[in-house]
Design a protein around this ligand. Sequence first.
Ligand SMILES: Cc1ncc(COP(=O)(O)O)c(C=O)c1O
Length: 386
Amino acid sequence: MKRVYMDANATTPLVPEVFDAMRPYFIERFGNASSIHQQGQQARAAVEQARESVSSLLNCHPAEIVFTSCGTESDNLALFGLVQPGDHLITSSIEHHAILHAAEKLRDRGAEVTFLPVSGEGVVDPQDVRRAIRPNTKLISIMMANNETGAIQPVTEIGRIAAEADIYFHIDAVQAAGKLPIDVQSLRCDLLSISGHKLHGPQGTGILYVHRGTQLEPLFFGGSHERQRRAGTENLAGIVGLGKAVEMARQVLSDGTIARVAALRDRLEQGVLARVDGAGVNSANTPRVANTTNIYFDNLEGEALVIALDLKGLAASGGSACASGAMDPSHVLRAMGLSTARARACLRFSLTKLNTEEDIDFALEIIPAAASRLRELAPVNAGTLG
Ligand SMILES: Cc1ncc(COP(=O)(O)O)c(C=O)c1O
């Protein structure tokens, strides 16, 4: 059966070029980058080459790059590394759980946390950030692009506000890397997180940019790896793959791929709206990353549609998370003011650069049919879901 993947914001497939770059580092070129013999030196050189590739993407010095195990670790290192009991953290209500749950934990440990609201389009207002600043504000952490809606956040303006107030600024750029240019100098951020598996690199790899001089308490204690910021033997093959993926992500930003993906996304979006009644796009009126569309299908259960599409060969994602056995509507969509019923009726389609026109044709064939069949079989009354 034909299968089409439209869930890039969950994870992306490793591309062959990345796998080929990694392959020798599992067997022939194994080595511990801390060892002084030849295998060790070879490993060290490969890790440092990857570090340079990442620093070129972000426009920073290689020494400012810390390799981690994932975006979640990078986010946690930024928050727990800086915020102490008594400090104040400003973040938003639409962050990924890697930030939200870390912020809640910090609050339990005696930090003050402000979770800023967002507009109906899912965007943070920089003036809200400014107004939330207190004398003890230590860190502002705002994402660059939202994982559910794709909405791009005003991080340049927030960076300016943070710099003027002399407050550390962290950006979760996990859903922006490879989709938007990222220049840590013009963003004026002190910390920035990226995840390898969202840009066709390997799962289990991440990056935290840490501006030189930032006093960051490590999460792990052990050896003096990563300039004492992250103890633990480097994930050699993973880091090599991440370096290659980042190099390719840099090309994608300038070779027309982003515009092609945006055109595919727009065709999908318009096609669905033209063919399905009671459908609409969340965050439609604000700039979004090119690959993401979040569509509501009133009067049906999003999860049921995800399953129906999966059975027909299309992988997409719902706007709900399973919490204690019940489907909780997405915190992002709820923060945007969607009713519980509508938030439960949303699907996210997120494309990769590997998607084609045929994939969109395929999706446009099965989505309307699946939606109308579900509405016939199990009509959901928007009013009854609350
Ligand atoms: C915005 C954002 N931040 C952080 C993460 C966590 O990244 P990882 O899966 O590498 O832990 C994700 C993953 O979906 C994300 O979308």
